[in-house]
Design a protein. Structure first.
Lengths: 234, 103
């Protein structure tokens, strides 16, 4: 447990900014997809500011685009957001934030900031990794969401640009690292099959929630589990 | 109504993060919590892929989105970064529709 040297600090901050830029850039695709789904620029920006967790945001606009009820969109986003609760549980003892710092920094608990801090060997280094990555992603994600939403409004029919196909690809990219686990591959296939089976017989948005039931059922039925707080693909 | 859903789900997502950094770490040791929480993102993301690509409203469909998804999968196998994956899928669907309008 040694405090990081100045050079080490700079390295951690540089990594954080790099991740922030890469992640922020895909805020463009979120902004464009969201206005294509029928949300206004203001609503799109509100999602990035207040929700600030990419998978939940894509899920929300995805369900909305399919014609799902706002409640279905919200429930799907919340179910995906439970992931961040686990990250928080893992991060809290490591970062050691107390008092007002805890609610103030909680908003930055996302995939990227978690990945950039759980591997550090001192609380000081973990905090630098967490804050530099979290803040860089927050600022750039919101900026690029706005730019993407503006651009999305200007281009006309989003289907001409294949933006509807981009959403499925985005979800697949988010899912991909988790498919390294054979059990997860089985769950994924079952959930996809159940969701498609539910499409003709339920309202839009509901099939995805039904698939969430597959996860619940599988959790109850399977005896062993891998580390839930493991950041996939890192 | 959309605003209520956006703000409700947004604040809810924040509270889920806050719960994580506030709850005692031993919650994680509860085996069922850990298993289910591990599986939920997998099931939801897989369902979202399926529905986004193969459904239009309450109908099952096969169109240019499926080709986009196939290209995205190839890009992921080749370890392409996120933006490349998404862009390749969009480009594939856009080009196909240019050749076969309405597909």
């Amino acid at each position: 447990m040694v405090d990081p040297s100045p050079a080490e600090r700079r390295g951690i901050i540089r990594d954080g900014l790099g991740i922030g830029l890469a992640t922020g850039l895909y805020g463009v695709s979120f902004g464009a997809v969201s206005v294509a789904a029928g949300l206004s620029v203001l609503q799109t920006c509100a999602l990035s500011l207040v929700m600030f967790t990419g998978a939940s945001q894509f899920a929300f606009v995805g369900v909305a685009a399919a014609g799902g009820a706002p409640l279905s969109a919200a429930l799907t986003a919340l179910m995906l957001g439970t992931r961040n609760t686990l990250y928080g549980l893992k991060l809290a003892p490591l970062l050691g934030f107390r008092g007002w710092r805890r609610p103030a920094t909680a908003h930055l608990v996302i995939d990227e900031s978690t990945a950039m801090s759980v591997t550090r060997d001192s609380p000081a280094a973990a905090r630098i990794g967490f804050l530099s990555t979290g803040l860089a992603v927050f600022v750039l994600w919101n900026l690029f969401t706005f730019l993407g939403a503006i651009a999305g409004n200007l281009i006309g029919d989003p289907r001409d640009y294949g933006l509807d196909a981009a959403v499925g690809a985005a979800f697949l990219a988010l899912l991909w690292p988790r498919l390294a686990d054979p059990r997860n591959r089985v769950i994924a296939v079952c959930a996809a099959a159940v969701a498609l089976g539910a499409v003709p017989v339920t309202a839009a948005g509901v099939p995805v929630l039904v698939a969430g039931g597959v996860a619940l059922l599988a959790g109850l039925l399977t005896p062993t589990a891998s580390d839930a707080t493991e950041i996939p693909g890192r | 109504m959309t605003w209520v859903a956006i703000l409700g789900a947004g604040v809810g997502c924040y509270l889920l993060k806050l719960a994580g950094v506030s709850l005692p770490a031993r919650v994680l040791e509860h085996a069922l919590v850990e298993r289910v929480a591990d599986l939920i993102p997998v099931a939801l993301l897989a369902a979202l892929v399926a529905v986004q690509v193969f459904a239009t409203g309450t109908r099952l469909t096969l169109d240019a989105r499926a080709a986009g998804l196939a290209v995205a999968a190839v890009a992921l196998v080749l370890r392409a970064p996120f933006l490349v994956v998404v862009f390749a899928a969009a480009l594939t669907a856009a080009l196909l529709r240019l050749v076969f309008p309405g597909w």
